[in-house]
Each structure stands twice: as structure tokens, then as C-alpha cells.
Write a protein that binds this ligand. Structure first.
Ligand code: SF4
Length: 68
């Protein structure tokens, strides 16, 4: 299972990062703005599949894309 982010849709509100910090985290870009980073090139560890699915469902911008 792989998760990616549509950077144009993401508003960097850190909801996903608060839900699954092992996978999602916030970083500063070169301009000092917050951007979302996804660990492990988006490959979701099996034990976190349910938590990542929940984060995808709860992103208010529907910016997270999951591929099984
Ligand atoms: S919950 Fe959605 S909008 Fe918020 S940081 Fe994560 S991907 Fe971006």
C-alpha cells in the first residue's frame, strides 16, 4: 500500500501528521512555509495501514491518495 499527497491540494494543517506521525510529518520548505513529508517514499508499513486509511479519510482537503 502506498500513500502520496497532492501538494497543490494540501493546506499543511498537520491533521494527518497528528494522527500518524510515523508516516506523516511537517517540514519547512525553502521559503519557510510548512510542507507535508511522507516517510519511506509513501510505502505504508503493514501495521499502520488502518491508521493511514483513517488519516486519508480525515484529510479535509482530500489531498491524500492511497493505492493498494
Ligand atoms: S491532513 Fe491533508 S491537508 Fe492536512 S497536512 Fe495532511 S494531507 Fe495536508
Amino acid at each position: 500500500m502506498k500513500v502520496t499527497v497532492d501538494a497543490a491540494a494540501c493546506e499543511a494543517n498537520a491533521i494527518c501528521a497528528s494522527l500518524v506521525p510515523q508516516v506523516f510529518s511537517m517540514h519547512e520548505d525553502a521559503d519557510g512555509g510548512d510542507v507535508l513529508a511522507i516517510a519511506g517514499d509513501g510505502e505504508v508499513p503493514a501495521g499502520l495501514a488502518g491508521a493511514v486509511r483513517d488519516a486519508v479519510d480525515r484529510c479535509p482537503k482530500m489531498a491524500l491518495v492511497l493505492r493498494e
